[in-house]
Design a binder for this molecule. Structure first.
Ligand code: CUA
Length: 223
């Protein structure tokens, strides 16, 4: 989860999130190089008197500064496309979890295992345990096995919600009348926190998501 003064991305808990972080750093590096170059050029313009009797055109420099940015953009576009298709891949999931957004709570269904289903509400501040996280903890956590491919089906019952877990690199809209699908692979045990990220009404901020990632044996015991 995100803690104080963490302005960057959270530590990844899935291979895809790791790739997303790599891509973010890659794109940022290119961005910094462009900013430094443009900054240097703009700074140097202050010391240019703009006097050149014979300068009318410059075909070569025009060619260079047209084609070079296009090539640089390719270096962002191709890894981005690779990641996009990687995120879309469904790798024979062993568990399917259905999550339904409501105003303002999530409900979950484990349809694979004699229809385990429950609602998951935020724990109000006045009922919070001493070790609880305010506005982030829920009464019923999602339990999922680690080191397994998990499929998530997201939908909503009233308005659009969004099922978002930053550490897993998952963000799927739950739309009434539609069933969206995504998948992920949790590579360590622990608690992973998320929040709804589609403005869905007065209590939009108060429908968090908590995943408890456990070893497969414990998951089977729980289910
Ligand atoms: Cu549900 Cu915002």
């Amino acid at each position: 989860m995100s803690t104080w003064a963490n302005l960057g991305l959270q530590d990844s808990a899935s291979p895809l999130m790791e790739q997303l972080i790599f891509f973010h750093d890659h794109a940022l590096l290119i961005l910094v190089m462009i900013t430094v170059l443009v900054g240097y050029l703009m700074f140097m313009l202050f010391f240019n008197s703009y006097i050149n009797r014979f300068l009318l055109h410059g075909q070569l420099i025009e060619m260079i500064w047209t084609i070079l940015p296009a090539i640089i953009l390719l270096f962002i576009a191709l890894p981005s496309l690779r990641l996009l298709y990687l995120l879309d891949e469904i790798n024979e999931p062993s568990v399917t979890l259905k999550s339904i957004g409501h105003q303002w709570y999530w409900s979950y269904e484990y349809s694979d295992f004699n229809n385990v289903e429950f609602d998951s509400y935020m724990v109000p501040t006045n009922e919070l345990e001493n070790d609880g996280f305010r506005l982030l903890d829920v009464d019923n956590r999602i339990i999922l096995p680690m080191n397994s491919q998990i499929r998530i089906l997201v939908t909503a019952a009233d308005v659009i919600h969004s099922w978002t877990i930053p550490a897993l690199g998952v963000k799927v809209d739950g739309t009434p009348g539609r069933l969206n699908q995504t998948n992920f692979f949790i590579n360590r045990p622990g608690l992973f926190y998320g929040q709804c990220s589609e403005i869905c009404g007065a209590n939009h901020s108060f429908m968090p998501i908590v995943i408890e990632s456990v070893p497969v044996n414990n998951f089977i015991k729980w289910i």
